[in-house]
Structures are given as C-alpha cells and as structure tokens.
Design a protein around this ligand. Structure first.
Ligand code: F6P
Length: 546
C-alpha cells in the first residue's frame, strides 16, 4: 500500500477533525443516549469503553477505511503466516506462536516451529516446578528462596512487570528480583540481603552480548563464587538466550540453558523462556494461564471484524489523535497498583517498536509516528501530574485500566479506587464551564470581584479523550489478554504508519559511543577527538574524581 494512500487517508481524517473540532463530547453525549453502546466493545469479560473520545460514526468509519486501505488485515495474516515482515533483519515476527494453543502448524521458512516451542515450555515447566518443590537446590543442598533475573529491556521489563502484576500468585518464601541497570547500585542493593546458598541467577539475554547484562552477570558470578566457590556456579546459574554458544562459554550447564528464536523480538519475548522467572515465581500453571489469555486475545485479533476488534479500535484511535489532532503523548493510567510497571513495559513495547521515522520503503515518514508513552498508577498520578492532563495546554489521550474485583478483601479501598478511576474519565470529558464555576463560587462568601478573578483558574476545558479498559480481576489470563491487546495495537499502528515495528536500530549509536568513551572515562585514552562538550564533561569528571 503506497504512501499516497496513507497521505490521502490522513487528509480525510484531518477533515473529520476539522468538522468535529468545535463539538464537545458533552454535546455528543447529550445528543446520544446510546453513545456508550455505540462506542464500546468487549472481549470476554474485558470491556473497552471508547465513548469518551472525540469521535462520531463518520470519523470512526474513516478510521476503519484507513485500516482497510493500509491492509492491516492482510499484513496481520502475513505476519501469522511467518512472512519475514521484519524486513531490515529478515525475520518473521511470531511471538503469537509462543502462546499458540491450537493444533495447526506455525511455519517459519518451511518448518513448523511449534514442536520446539512446546519442548521449551515443557522444560520451563519441569525446571520451575523443581525449583519451587526443592528438587533442584543450591550447591550446598539448600532450597532456593531468591531468584535474580539479570537482563535488560525486553529481557527484564516483561518478566518484572508480570511478576509484580501477579504478586497474589507468588509465595513469600520464593522471591523474584530483577537486576537490569549497569549502575552497580542496582546489583549491590539487590544482593545486599541475599544468601548466596539460596540464590539462583537467571541470565536473560536474547543476544547474550548486551553489555549491561554481561557486566551484571560477571559481577553476580564473582559474588557467588567468592561465597561458595567456583564449582557452585554450575548449580546457581541458568540462562535464557538465542545464543546457546554464548551461554556455554559463560559456563552455564546445558540442561540450564533455555533457548528461544530470532523470530521473537526482545520486547515481545515475555511469552518465551524469558518468562522463566515468572513461572518460578507464580508457578507454571499460572504462567500457562497467562499464555492462554494472550492466545485468546490473538484469536480475537485474528478473527474479529475490524469494527469489533479491540486492538484495531485502540490502534486507530491512537492514529486519530497522532495524525489528525497532532497529540504527541499518550498516558496509560492503571488503577491497579500491581500494574505500576505496565507503563514502563509499554514504553519499550510501543516506543521501541514505533519510534521510527523511516518507512518500510526507506523514505522519511511524511507523517507523525509513535507518540511518547508514559504513565503511573492512579490514584497516585492524580496527586502528581493529572493537573496538567486536566488544565495544561497539551491534550493527552489516556487509557484507564481497572479491575472490577480486587484480590484483597479490604473495603472500602476498591470501591474508592474504582470511583476515582471513573471520576477521572468523567471529569476529563465533561470539564467544568465558566458558568458552573461561577454558580459554585456564589454563596461561598467571596465578593463579585474575587469570583471574577478566581473563575478562570477553576475552569476545566474538558473534552479530553480517554479509553477505559475494565476487566473482572487481574488474574494471569487477564494480564495475558491485556499485554497481547497492546502488542496488537502497536502492530496496527506500525502498519498504518508503514514503519518496521520490529527492529530497533535507534539504540545502536549510543552503545557504540559508550564503548568508545569507556577508555576515556577510565583515563586510559585521550579524549581529543570528541566535541568540546564531551571533552568538558570528561575533564570535569576526572577533576571530581581527583
Ligand atoms: O534496547 C535494545 C535491545 O536490543 C532491546 O530490544 C532488547 O530487549 C534489549 O536490548 C536487551 O537485549 P538482549 O536480550 O539481547 O540482552
């Protein structure tokens, strides 16, 4: 599908934007009692309410047209058929195979990948059960109480986010820790309270070359060997990687190496053996339920008509705000404390995928692509940055996420949490008019002049868009559905923007320069070749170091 089609599609969207620019959502709701049913969709117990968006039937129709014109369905099917849609790395994109629950073959380059996928899952099951039951123990015979996952990016954010989200399914005597940052403080503070005899390390790295991870892995290995002797490394380390030789070279024994494949992108890898620490922390059955939830969402994405397809609807609304309205950021606001790492996880999933400015054809994209994704759990965010969302000069579309049922019986907490969540989307949509502010201030004892002065500060413009995703409970299957929902949203948007959502060349330059700078930071080489700022920083750094 050509860029011409896209440009024309975005022009159509802009016309609809112009038509709707002076219409408030208040009016839209006032004139249509049925707006909620018209603009909500569900999958199982998961409801997507997208009625509080600046849309009407014509603009939605234009968005679905754009999805059809850009062949979202065709590309989706080609992805699932194993075509190498990651064209710069010549790779298939098949994270859906990792959670596939059907009987069909899933083909990559003429071979069915499912036997290998099932084999690794069986090994994850065996290993995680054995660690949990104490059949696999440390070198001195102690049962493991702490599992430290060493990885970064997709080899960290996914399992760390999922472990936290599924905290109710974890055991107090088996803790999962995640070390990612090359900052020694991260490793130091994690190891501080741990007993080497009871600590299992998992080195998680798709490439097994990532500098942060390898640095942390060697530090952990030294910590362990210093305490228990070099021979103990055998019993206290496992690895997850596509680079089996790299794992062997590090000294990981063969039956503790869990493989995955180059058709799994790092940020889409939590469903693979990268999920091993999750399986250990929550038990294999719960890990499997997490995969099953994602599989169900995949089936929905693959088969539901576009107009009822949750990831498609969410992807299109994102395109609407990015390309027709020019909104540059997007907030994800879980009213679920255990989803506190979900926005950070989505930052990688979305921004590393669609933070691109070159089309698949190698031309500069003539349109905006991925927005800045950010967020924090409610209600904390309400007391921090919501001020800007309500009254700032930028419009920030938001996703609110909330469960109907908490894991804890602690009334009145959950009712208050839900009330706050629904109140925020209502407030963003309705706002508060000048008349409403004045009538509220009358009778407060303020003078007319004081009311006049105060009123503009208390007006809320409203008309600020949001989606609400409401689900029954944050259980493993629901979490799987949620994560897959956002993965597919990213696919839809990447397809419409005509970018490769599955490479990440933009992270390379910094890595290269850091490598070149290291000897200069260590004082082993001259910084002459660098710009004056970098030289100045190095000089000052060395002066401070004395
Ligand atoms: O940030 C770049 C990146 O390549 C991510 O895509 C990836 O998830 C992360 O680094 C870690 O890579 P690896 O799993 O190979 O260590």
């Amino acid at each position: 599908m050509s860029n011409k089609v896209r440009k024309a599609g975005f022009q159509v969207l802009k016309k609809h934007k112009k038509r709707l620019a002076d219409t408030s959502m208040r009016e839209l709701f006032a004139h249509d009692d049925d707006r909620f049913s018209a603009y909500s969709a569900s999958f199982g117990d998961m409801l997507l309410d997208y009625s509080k968006n600046r849309i009407d039937s014509q603009s939605m129709a234009a968005l679905f047209d754009l999805a059809r014109e850009t062949d979202v369905e065709g590309r989706r099917d080609r992805m699932w058929a194993g075509e190498p849609i990651n064209i710069t790395e010549h790779r298939s994109v098949l994270h859906m195979a990792l959670r596939y629950g059907g009987d069909e073959a899933v083909m990559v380059e003429g071979a069915d990948v499912m036997p290998a996928v099932r084999d690794v899952l069986a090994r994850i099951k065996g290993f995680s059960n054995d660690v949990r039951d104490g059949a696999i123990r440390g070198a001195l015979g102690d049962q493991f109480t702490d599992v430290v996952n060493i990885g970064i990016g997709g080899s960290d954010l996914g399992p760390a986010m999922v472990t936290l989200a599924l905290a109710p399914y974890t055991r107090a005597n088996l803790r999962a820790h995640y070390v990612s940052n090359v900052d020694g403080a991260h490793m130091h503070d994690t190891l501080k309270g741990l007993d080497p005899a009871r600590t299992l390390f998992i080195i998680a790295s798709k490439t097994f070359t990532t500098d942060e991870t390898m640095t942390n892995a060697h530090t952990a290995r030294k910590w362990l060997a210093d305490a228990l002797g070099e021979q103990a490394v055998n019993d206290h380390f496992a690895a997850v990687s596509t680079n089996i030789e790299g794992c062997q070279a590090f000294g990981i024994r063969e039956d503790r190496i869990f493989g995955f494949w180059d058709w799994v992108g790092g940020r889409y890898s939590v469903w693979s053996a990268i999920g091993l620490p999750v399986a250990i922390a929550v038990g294999y059955d719960n890990f499997e339920a997490f995969l099953r939830g994602a599989y169900e969402m995949d089936q929905h994405f693959l088969t539901a008509p576009l107009e009822e397809n949750l990831p498609v609807i969410m992807g299109l609304l994102g395109v609407w705000y990015r390309n027709a309205w020019g909104f540059a950021t997007y907030a994800v606001l879980p009213y679920d404390q255990r989803l506190s790492r979900f926005p950070a996880y989505l930052q990688q999933q979305d921004m590393e995928s669609n933070g691109k400015s070159v089309t698949l054809g190698g031309k500069t994209t003539p349109w905006e692509t991925g927005p800045v994704i950010w967020g924090e759990p409610g209600t904390n965010g309400q007391h921090a940055f919501y001020q800007l969302i309500h009254q700032g000069t930028s419009v920030i579309p938001c996703d609110f996420l909330v469960a109907a049922n908490p894991h804890e019986e602690l009334p009145p907490h959950h009712a208050k949490l839900v009330a706050n969540c629904f109140a925020q989307s209502e407030a963003l949509m309705l706002g508060k008019s000048e008349e409403e502010v004045i009538s509220e201030l009358k009778g407060t004892g303020l003078s007319k002049a004081e009311i006049k002065a105060l009123t503009p500060h208390k007006v809320f413009p409203g008309n600020r868009p949001s989606n609400t995703i409401l689900y029954s409970r944050l259980d493993p299957a629901t979490l799987g559905k949620l994560v897959a929902l956002y993965e597919h949203k990213v696919f839809v948007q990447g397809t419409i923007w005509n970018v490769n959502s599955y490479d990440q060349w933009g992270v390379e330059l910094g890595k290269q320069l850091a490598k070149a700078l290291l000897p200069k930071v260590e004082g082993a080489a001259s910084a002459e070749s660098h710009d004056s700022s970098t030289r100045g920083l190095l000089d000052h750094f060395h002066a401070l170091k004395g």
